[in-house]
Write a protein that binds this ligand. Sequence first.
Ligand code: SF4
Length: 321
Amino acid sequence: MSELLRVEHLTKIFRSGLVGGFEIRAVDDVSFTVGKGEIVSLVGESGSGKTTVGKLILRLIKPTSGRILFEGRDLLEMSKRELRQNYYRQVQAVFQDPFASFNPLHEIDRAFDLVFRSFFPDVSRDEREEMIDDALRQVGLNPAEVRGKYPHQLSGGQLQRILIARALLVRPKLLIADEAVSMLDASTRIDVLNLLGDFRDRYGTSVLFVTHDLALGYYISDSTIIMYRGTIVEMGDTEKVFHNPLHPYTKMLLESVPDLNVKWEFRGIEPEKEERGIYEIAGCRYAPRCPRAMEACWKSRPGLHEVEKNHWVACHLHGGG
Ligand code: SF4
């Protein structure tokens, strides 16, 4: 599978402006790739840094250090014009709350305005109508039932499908879906996941699926990345990560869940209740919670080590020294 996106040593530090302030390394030396036509789940609890990674790839925020290469081009070297005209045509996003993405005072058709202004300024009115209808049909909606409606007249599932239709209208090469199904009911959730898989199969669209729900990640993805407090602790082929977990954190998560087909969410410590000092530990950030922690774990940060083909773990128990 050829490479589409490469993230190299990506780091984002947030600094509090207060006197005696502190730093949070929300993303700390994160590297991974997304192949063409690949679905990659970026899985983590609240405070893991997964959403920050998504925002960095969308250039909504700038990294403190590191590089993001899209088809070999460094994002930081792209001008605003290039980002607008080229990059955002190739990389689209769908976020968590479909209701927040629509203006409640406008008919849902208006949600397509920006896409047409930005990427299809020259199409005729008739062509535009046809393209919108076609996009809606592709996500399983009947245009006659949703067009001309206001957001409150439609369900969350219908609205999320409209947003996916809008994102996929430009045939992006990469779709970033950040908690894109977490507000939907269980059956709609699976429908939307199947839709993403279907688009990958039909058009080769890669998907970065950002989620806190491990079961959804398992259901949809070819590869899985598990994040913990800004770092990647384990990643690789989804089957290997879920059926041969090696990092104590991944193991702990999986041992607490008997069946991958049930809805399964993190029940970790809320970050605000956790001491900020976790970001200052020189060694492994999981050491305060790890039952296998050794002296070395507190002193040096384990790097990602390939333990078998397409399976990496960051842990001193598995050669991550
Ligand atoms: Fe536990 Fe040490 Fe491995 Fe971290 S490096 S997960 S503390 S054994």
